[in-house]
Structures are given as C-alpha cells and as structure tokens.
Design a protein around this ligand. Structure first.
Ligand code: GTR
Length: 398
C-alpha cells in the first residue's frame, strides 16, 4: 500500500512538472495578472490621435487590420476565380412545415482547384420577403447541425431560431481546414499554397473566416435571405474566427463571439487563463507563423484583442463568457469590450455596458456592444442563443 502511495505521488509530481514545463499551469489569480499597457486603439502608428470616424476609417482601422494580418491571423485572400453553388436537397415541409430546408453545395475555384463548402440552411416559411439569418461556424460535431433534425442540439437550436423569424445556417470548419495540426492544409490552403510558406500566411482560423465570407457571397445570391442582415456566430475557436471574419469582411452586419477567450475577445496582455504561448503550442495550426514571436512576449505585440473588437464598429457585437470557463478570461473579455467603446463613440454610438462586468445571467442586450456571463461551463447553449436573438431583434429592429 505504502509502495503504491509513493508511486502515485511520484507519478503526479512528474505530471505536474511536465505540465508546468508545457506552460499548462495557467494563472487564475487576479493578483498575479502582470502590469500591462494596452496599445491605444485611437493612436496611429505615426502617433496621431484619432478624433473622428473619417480618420478611423481611412487611417487607423486599415492599420489595425494590417497589424492583425501580419502578426496574428495571417493574410486573408481577397479574390478567387469563381464561386458557384447547387442545391443538393430542398424540402419545403421541414420542421412540420415551419421551414424550408436547403442543403447548398458551394464550390469555390482558385488556381484551377475546387473547394466545397456544405451549407445547411433553414428559412422560415411564414416570413414575407427576405429574412435575416444567423450563420454558425460549426467547430463541433456535424451532428449538431443535422439537416434531418433527427438529432437536435442546443449548440445550434434551429427550431428556436426559426420560431423567432430568422433563417438559420451553418457550415463545418473541416470543409475549410480540418482542425488538426497536420491535416489543416487540406482545404482552402490548397487553393492558396503561397500562404503556407509566408510568415504572415493564414492558417486554420483564417481559413474558417474565409469560409464564412464565401457563405455570405452565396447569401447575396439567395433571394430568400437578407444578406445585409447576416449575424455571424462562433463558439470558442469558432468565436475567434467569427471576430476575424467580421473584422475583415464588413458585410457581416452583426457579430457574436461566444466564450472565445485567448486570441478571441479576451485581452492577451492579462495572461489570465490561456496565453499566447499556450495556444500556439497546443494549436500550432491556428495562426500565422509570425504569431509565435509573441509567445511569452505579449508586451511586444503591436495589437491586443480590444483593437480587433474595435474594427467591428459601428456594427453590433455581442460577446459572452461562462462562470466556470476561466480559461477564456471573462474579465479580460469584458475589459476588451470596454476598450472598444471609444471607437463606437466616434460614430456617436453610445454603449450601455456597465463600468464593471454585469452579474451572472444579467445580459446587456440594448447596446451596440452586448455581453453576458452565463452560469456554467464552456459551451454554446440555448440560454446563449436566446440572448443572441434578443440582441439581433434590437439591432435588426425586428
Ligand atoms: C481550447 C482552447 C481554446 C478554445 C477551446 C474551444 O482547448 O484552448 O482557445 O478554442 O479549446 O474551441 O472549445
């Protein structure tokens, strides 16, 4: 018995040491957050203070996008040879007649290479005219977006969205870049191979964001959809991609980032929960090679995530956290949103976020920058979606 105890002790001691070496031991202690200075979102690289939306749009915003491309997410290819689509399956009597199901196969060609994005789309039948749509970047199992609806999931509660008068759509990240450090090249990156050799070339998160924009290209061709009212939703790694897509593609009318944490909505310089070095080590296939220069070196990064949120202005942006998901740094997410307020203010848009993070399950909906922290685990739930619908109702004036 004594023997066994000693063995167990040794085993755990070695395990903890190995984890510490890997940087896994994360800081969850607010008093251990290092002192930091955020780059000023309203100060240009030539030290000019931005005081109006014109200077923001012409000078500072493009500067910030460029900095994120070069240092964090990589370049996002802007052109392709052609985009075509076909409807694989259309069913007018889906969800007991409440919706029309369309399974759309979107094909994008570049460098003579085709790429297929499979889109699942339900459009409410009772709505007149073009309808706004929620588009989910699905980073979990495909069963979550089951077109047959024999499998239902709160990760993508399609019935609930249809009942609220919105169309609901999803594509799976694996169509763009498999979420794997070896296989991620088998997708969009096959169409843009030069991205793979460049230090500022995109990786998986960029590929997923690129995919969201191609779906938006399709929406512009679908007469049932109001392509000027597309709410892009992503959870966690998908929430990092939803932010990046909305930053790069201003056609997205509204952005939702759920529990997106590090290199999503949370401030990197706080080093609370997941850090840049941690994320680059566990997920070497997510961000540009250049991003690895900032492992344990956040202070030298010319951006922080509040600047990414700011690029989405003046469009409505909603972020979330969960009480048991400290890895995603709820406080750092809220502070990041607060920093973005300055840019919304340039548009004369006043944020209604309180000075300090709201209490658990007290969503801030009537505000261009919305937020809630939900009771529970790292996840995307019906509670979250219910608030996304309310947020969209306010901003799409439904
Ligand atoms: C974690 C990762 C997070 C987040 C999360 C998820 O392992 O560290 O950055 O992306 O996965 O996607 O659920």
């Amino acid at each position: 018995m004594q023997h066994l105890k000693r063995f167990a002790f040794l085993f755990f001691a070695i395990l903890i040491k190995a984890q510490a070496q890997n940087g896994v031991v994360a800081n969850y202690d607010e008093s251990q957050v290092p002192p930091y200075t955020l780059p000023d979102v309203l100060k240009t690289t030539t030290n000019r203070t931005v005081r109006d939306k014109e200077t923001w749009e012409k000078v500072r915003r493009p500067e910030i996008i460029k900095l994120f491309e070069e240092n964090v997410y990589g370049q996002l290819p802007k052109s392709y040879e052609r985009l075509t689509y076909s409807i694989k399956n259309e069913h007018g009597g889906a969800m007991a007649g409440k919706a029309t199901l369309k399974e759309v196969v979107i094909e994008v060609v570049e460098n003579n290479k085709p790429l297929t994005i499979n889109l699942v789309l339900f459009v409410p039948t009772k709505q007149q005219g073009q309808v706004p749509v929620f588009l989910l970047i699905n980073n979990r199992g495909k069963e979550n977006t089951d077109p047959t609806r024999s499998h239902k999931s709160d990760f993508w509660p399609a019935e609930m969205i249809i009942d609220s008068g919105y169309a609901i759509a999803a594509f799976h990240v694996s169509d763009l870049a498999p979420d794997d450090s070896v296989r991620y090249v088998n997708g969009v990156l096959g169409l843009y191979p030069q991205q793979l050799t460049a230090n500022d070339g995109m990786r998986a998160i960029g590929a997923w964001a690129w995919g969201a924009s191609r779906v938006l290209d399709y929406f512009e061709k679908d007469a049932a959809i109001d392509a000027k009212k597309v709410a892009l939703v992503g959870h966690s790694r998908g929430g990092k991609a939803s932010l990046w897509a909305a930053a790069e593609d201003q056609r997205f009318a509204l952005c939702i980032t759920n529990c997106s944490g590090n290199t999503g909505a949370a401030l990197s310089r706080r080093r609370f929960g997941e850090t840049i070095s941690r994320i680059n080590t566990t997920f070497p296939h997510w961000f540009a090679k250049n991003y690895k220069k900032f492992n344990d070196n956040e202070a030298s990064l010319p951006v922080d995530q509040h600047m990414l949120l700011a690029t989405i202005a003046p469009r409505p942006l909603y972020a979330t956290n969960a009480t048991k998901d400290l890895w995603a740094d709820p406080k750092g997410t809220f502070l990041s949103l607060k920093q973005a307020e300055k840019v919304y203010a340039l548009y004369g848009i006043e944020s209604n976020l309180p000075a300090n993070p709201p209490a658990t399950n007290q969503p801030v909906i009537v505000s261009p920058l919305g937020y809630h922290i939900r009771e529970g685990e790292h996840n995307l739930t019906a509670y979250d979606w219910n608030n996304f619908i309310k947020f969209a109702n306010v901003h799409f004036k439904k």
